[in-house]
Write a protein that binds this ligand. Structure first.
Ligand code: SAM
Length: 482
């Protein structure tokens, strides 16, 4: 039996089943241990120091105790601390993005995904470069600046050269005042060499969901195709980092396996990246299995109710305070509203999960990856966020200024976010409001920006931001950043 070693590069040692099971037992035994829970909560709380706010985070064992704990006042405290951390490190900014589906050709047999190879009735599509252009123009016309490209795994239809060509096309399109300034990539696990090529193509985050950390279930859920190889999949982030990508995004597909197991696996994976590469994951996504063509989510009997989903988000926030958290349009407006308070820092808006979906007038369903719950327009999502006290941000500055990996983390840890991310958020929001928003959203947004400008502590930064905002409003000058 493999022994647990967070520094190992072997999947069975760093995501160690024995350690996860021991963690779950420890959590179960201590879930009513009020003294221990109080100590864990005290550790999780942000501390004010001379250098600003700092947060220690939690180990997978500590975080698992909190997740198991069902003492109502302690659970309330978890939620309170999650909100505190969110505000301390991310402020009220919410980064906006949209997925762009390039191809749904896939040679895998994933039981939860409609792209699985034996699904004969889904329409298979792969965008040509001209179609990529049209999709990107449609996304730019909504106001998007950040995309996550998605593709099934098919070495013949979607080889790495195709993905790289699409990235070049996307970055090359400047339509009116629009531009896609950051392309994140969610494609199948690949080689160090291919990760290096993705890095050279200028990608932002490489995202890959583990789907489930439970190896036995993983093998059953991925019966055929290259994705069947659990170890190759789990070790992908190490290869990505070896290839020079220092922003990686983790995730599990909640509903496939027991959530407590997945939660421990996720935090253990984050600890592993920190232990080996000196930097944790840039983001964590928390998708839940949804209905899709040929997929009935009820077949998987580990679905989690909304209140447990909220608790998972809050506990992730406490465990890895500096990691961004993403919620997609798989979730409804109501669920997203609660999740935003508990630590989410990125949301998608106006997503279409079908290949070629953005150029269609009506939402197409024939090639969708899953049903989208939140079907509002980007303008509606932006307006809703602002009405709830958030600042929608279209900022992509960090990665373009080379603040990735540990450099981004140190910005976060030294509390410089208010002098950097905050003004960047306000400037990019101004771009959105001037170029794309409805009259009502624009009015709400300009009032919010006026209020928020005064929160920038550094006077010079504040004056420059105000000047740039005026410039954006009165000229075609764009893309200011700190
Ligand atoms: N082919 C790549 C891979 O294997 O990782 C890209 C993944 S796919 C385009 C993006 C993600 O969608 C998957 O990792 C999976 O977690 C999620 N997904 C698949 N089927 C889903 C469903 N029925 N409901 C919700 N999410 C789903």
């Amino acid at each position: 039996m493999a022994t647990y070693n967070p520094k190992s590069l072997k999947a069975e040692e760093f995501i160690n089943d024995g350690e996860i099971l021991a963690t779950l037992e420890y959590a179960e035994q201590n879930k009513h241990n009020a003294a221990l829970i109080d100590r864990i909560l005290a550790k999780a709380r942000p501390q004010k120091t001379e250098k600003g706010c700092v947060c220690q985070g939690l180990t997978h064992r500590e975080a698992s105790v909190l997740l198991a704990c069902d003492i109502p006042e302690k659970v309330e405290e978890i939620y309170r601390i999650a909100e505190e951390i969110k505000l301390a490190f991310y402020g009220n900014r919410i980064v906006m993005f949209a997925p762009l589906y390039l191809s749904n050709y896939c040679v895998n047999g994933c039981l939860y995904c409609p792209y699985h190879m034996s699904n004969k009735h889904i329409t298979r599509k792969k965008l040509t470069q001209e179609e990529v252009r049209q999709e990107v123009i449609a996304l730019q016309d909504m106001g998007h600046k950040r995309l996550a490209i998605e593709a099934g795994e098919d070495p013949v239809q979607n080889p790495i050269e195709y993905i790289l060509e699409c990235i070049r096309t996307i970055y090359g399109i400047n339509h009116k005042n629009g531009a896609i300034r950051r392309v994140n990539v969610n494609i199948a696990a690949t080689t160090v060499d291919n990760y290096r090529r993705l890095k050279e193509a200028g990608i932002g985050t490489y995202i890959l969901f583990q789907e489930t950390y439970h190896k036995k279930s993983y093998l059953e859920l991925h019966p055929t195709g290259p994705k069947h190889d659990y170890d190759y999949h789990a070790e992908a982030m190490d290869r990505a980092m070896e290839g020079g990508i220092d922003d990686v995004g983790l995730g599990v597909l909640f509903g496939l396996e027991m959530y407590k197991y997945e939660f421990a696996g996720l935090i253990i994976h984050a600890e592993h990246l920190e232990a080996v590469h000196g930097v944790g994951p840039h983001t964590i996504s928390i998708p839940r299995v949804k209905h899709a063509d040929d997929i009935d989510p009820d077949v998987f009997d580990n679905s989690i109710p909304d209140d447990m989903f909220a608790k998972i988000i809050a506990c992730i926030r406490l465990a890895v305070p500096y990691t961004g958290m993403i919620i997609s349009t798989r979730e409804s407006q109501e669920v997203r509203e609660q999740a935003l308070r508990l630590g989410i820092s990125q949301v998608s808006g106006a997503s279409r999960t079908s290949v070629g979906g953005y150029t269609e007038k009506e939402r197409p369903h024939d090639s969708e990856q899953f049903d989208v719950s939140d079907q509002r327009s980007l303008d509606e999502v932006v307006h809703w966020l602002m009405q709830n006290g958030h600042i929608p941000s279209f900022c992509t500055a960090c990665y373009r200024e080379g603040r990735t990996g540990d450099r981004f983390m140190s910005l976060c840890k030294t509390g410089q976010i208010l002098n950097c991310c905050h003004p960047n958020a306000l400037m990019t929001l101004t771009e959105y409001l001037v170029d794309y928003a409805s009259e009502e959203t624009r009015k709400t947004g300009f009032a919010l920006i006026e209020q928020e400008l005064s929160k920038i502590p550094n006077e010079k930064v504040r004056t420059t931001a105000a000047r740039n905002i005026a410039d954006i409003k009165h000229s075609n000058r764009r893309d200011f950043r700190f």
